[in-house]
Design a protein around this ligand. Structure first.
Ligand code: FE2
Length: 246
């Protein structure tokens, strides 16, 4: 089975189109979306539409998806909250219901895969530093001993870690052969708002027969995504950061 993995699209339609084209060209059997379809970007309805059109799709909710209409986390930054208010006004009731009904995490038993948005330790924690990596690997080994790989998003930074290996330099498309005897935490990076100082859309392909993982980095029409943010009257900083991947 070849799994396509996308996360943190954040209303960026040109980036989503480019990432899906790249995954489909490479060939995938199933698409997993790790959440945060909306927030930050100016095309939330179009993004939801295009994701839902994909065959063999599995989607979970991200913190932005959950908070468009649900209870707001007081830790959410002001700019993010402002865009969520805008998003709520620009989505129809059917889309809002669909977001509210998304699962918060999944286990795909056939290939021993866990699918979450944030972290195993705490739903909205960020797996960004060595301590968080260690704590989450411990939770995985202790609480999910039958699972081999956990896909997560939320940090917008592509990352591949096992108890022995940490791979962070993923600014270009790269394939790694994973060790079948290890467990892994894998972040495919962000489709629509990368934050690893690389503006390319980020996604991944996991081949569960070969146990190989490819991080797929793709150029997309950044100016078009920026233009949509500006025309919608959303904070200019959200357009600017797309050009630098910050
Ligand atoms: Fe996100």
């Amino acid at each position: 089975m070849r799994y396509g993995l996308i996360s943190d699209i954040h209303g960026n339609l040109p980036a989503l189109r480019a990432a899906l084209d790249a995954l489909n060209e490479a060939g995938i059997d199933r698409l997993i979306c790790l959440g945060d379809l909306v927030g930050y970007g100016a095309n939330p309805a179009e993004v939801i539409d295009l994701v839902r059109q994909q065959p063999n799709l599995t989607v979970i909710a991200g913190n932005h998806d959950r908070q468009v209409r649900g209870r707001r986390d007081p830790r959410m930054r002001e700019q993010a909250a402002e865009v969520l208010d805008w998003t709520r006004e620009h989505l129809g009731p059917a889309d809002l219901d669909w977001l509210a009904g998304l699962s918060q995490g999944l286990m795909l038993d056939d290939d021993q895969i866990l699918v979450i948005h944030g972290a195993l330790t705490e739903r909205d924690a960020y797996i960004l530093n060595v301590n968080e990596i260690r704590r989450n690997l411990e939770v995985m080994l202790q609480e999910y001993p039958d699972f081999r790989i956990c896909f997560f998003g939320h940090t917008h930074v592509p990352l591949i870690v096992s108890p022995k290996v940490v791979v962070t330099d993923l600014k270009a498309t790269k394939t790694l052969n994973l060790d079948q005897n290890e467990v892994y935490l894998v972040n495919p990076g962000s489709v629509g708002q990368p934050r690893d100082k690389c503006p390319l859309a980020s996604a991944a392909i996991f081949d569960s027969e070969r146990w190989s993982l490819t991080i797929v980095r793709t150029e997309y029409d950044i100016e078009s995504a920026q233009g949509a943010i500006t025309s919608a009257g959303l904070p200019e900083r959200l357009a600017e950061r797309l050009a630098t991947g910050s």
